[in-house]
Design a protein around this ligand. Structure first.
Ligand code: HEM
Length: 220
């Protein structure tokens, strides 16, 4: 994990680390859309990913490094922002309220997403190892696991809520990452903002339809 010392360098590195996950979630969401093509397509897709070891390990290494960097710098940034707020003076604190509320929300959103990621990995990546064979090739039956997990309304609800938060985090994060990387120009800023909103909504909506589809159309 890199430890940049200036706050601008920190934001820069944090933005790049966040972008690794930003692009991963789009790819993950699109790949998982194979759920709409049926169990065989879904399982074959999962099997192709885990069979490509350089892609799998490369992606995992980038994700772990990206997440650690993003989380550590995010915690430092939110602590710095809190310290910068002059608590002794009520009026000054009130003036700063808007900024501190926004940054507080980012750290809370991030914390919920982190818990979601850990829980999600325990459920799926390290979940029940059901097996299925197509044309003599044995692979994990992830479709069966997904259908089983998303029979629970509470689980589906929790998922949908977390994905809403992820979408919100992306709409904020995408824009501020590009700003930290220097795209802060009167002409580009509104474009970046629109693209961020679009990106967050597309990723969240693309993920959200999947547990809903399983819940309403696959009675296990
Ligand atoms: C409807 C939403 C989602 C579904 C159904 C889903 C499903 C899955 C499944 C089945 C796997 C296991 C793949 C395997 O082991 O072969 C997986 C892995 C993973 N998912 Fe998700 N996922 C969803 C959303 C997300 C989100 C929002 C994130 C991140 C914020 C995420 C992060 C990951 C990561 C990091 C892995 C492990 C990748 C690896 O080992 O290289 N997933 N997901």
């Amino acid at each position: 994990v890199i430890f940049p010392t200036s706050s601008i360098a920190r934001k820069y590195v944090m933005g790049i680390a966040g972008l690794v996950w930003t692009f991963f979630v789009l790819g993950h969401m699109l790949g998982n859309m194979t759920i709409f093509l049926g169990p065989e397509a879904y399982n074959a897709y999962g099997h192709a990913i885990v069979s490509n070891k350089p892609l799998l390990y490369g992606t995992e290494a980038a994700l772990i490094l990206g997440l650690l960097t993003h989380v550590i710098l995010g915690i430092l940034l939110s602590r710095e922002n809190r310290k910068a707020k002059p608590k002794k003076y009520a009026v000054a604190a009130q003036n700063k309220k808007k900024v501190s509320t926004a940054s507080k929300t980012m750290i809370w959103q991030g914390s919920i997403i982190l818990v979601f990621i850990i829980y999600h990995l325990i459920t799926f990546k390290y979940g029940a190892e059901y097996l299925v064979t197509y044309d003599g090739v044995e692979m994990r039956d992830l479709h069966r696991l997904i259908v089983e997990v998303f029979q629970s309304p509470l689980y589906v609800l929790g998922y949908v809520l977390c994905l809403f938060i992820l979408g919100f985090h992306l709409t904020h994060g995408f824009g501020s990452a590009f700003q930290s990387l220097g795209f802060n120009h009167p002409r580009y800023t509104p474009v970046v903002k629109t693209v961020s909103w679009f990106y967050g909504i597309v990723v969240a909506a693309g993920f959200i339809v999947q547990p809903l589809y399983v819940y309403f159309f696959h009675q296990g």
